[in-house]
Design a protein around this ligand. Sequence first.
Ligand SMILES: Cc1cc2nc3c(=O)[nH]c(=O)nc-3n(C[C@H](O)[C@H](O)[C@H](O)COP(=O)(O)O)c2cc1C
Length: 283
Amino acid sequence: MKTQITAFAATLFFALNVQAADAVSSATVKVNVEGTEMPANVDAVTSASVVPEAYRQAVKPNGFTREGNKVRVLFVVGDPRHESVEWDLVNTAMKHFMDKGCEVELRDLYAIGWNPVITRETFFQAKDGFGKTPKDVAVEQLMVAPADYIVFAYPNWHDTPNAMVKGYMERVFQKQFAYRDTDKGLEGLMKGKAFYTIMNCGWIGRGRGGLGDGIDKNPIWDKYLTAFKTLDDDTAGFWGMTSLGRFCNDQTPANASKNYGKEIEALRADLVKHLDKTFKYTK
Ligand SMILES: Cc1cc2nc3c(=O)[nH]c(=O)nc-3n(C[C@H](O)[C@H](O)[C@H](O)COP(=O)(O)O)c2cc1C
């Protein structure tokens, strides 16, 4: 009898203990389906960047004429918040290219309701070029075809192009448009074009610019930028394009900084310097 009571107590203790452990274990997935109230002043309390209204710039692209000999720059932007620092960098770059005499076209992927997903129905068209090109893809291919430079712009959401931009790459730069099979293997069809990336980041080792531009030559910065370069060079090679690298930044002014004006101007100037080092503005 005594043995039975001891065994029962031990089982009960184990069960309670397991339940308690389960309640606090990090192995237990806790899903936040209830959520909390969205604060009315979300722009003031968010950890995301918000350019104060006084410093925001609205830039209207001048569009491609499709004639003449001007350099054409297509911006493909995946960022839902027009008040972000990412968009400020896009606006800065678009304005600078226009100031330099280039034609600028903008695809604001959230604004146009871009669908980034290859489905079962569209898979073989994207993979092999079989069948009709979907209308939304055909429209984008008409934008890409005349461009000399393509600027992909997205905030760093887990170190890769975000879903909108990645889906643009997957669907628009498809077989028979961006590359094709030959007896000798794949051939890129985008020869003569180059792409560049503008990516605002939370933290990638502290820096602003490209490879080698980390603060105090921080090796972590170069590790990230080397990884991005590997991706970019591979993608560019696939399409027969040149990769012009990236402008990355993890030194965003604090939203409430007293020196916001000076700090955002310095960031814009660093981007412009990087553009001047990287691009030719005439043919
Ligand atoms: C879903 C998500 C994932 C993120 N992942 C990273 C990351 O891997 N590395 C990083 O540096 N920042 C990451 N961030 C932080 C953003 O890059 C950071 O907020 C940055 O300021 C974005 O630029 P923006 O404020 O101009 O939009 C992430 C943000 C979100 C929303």
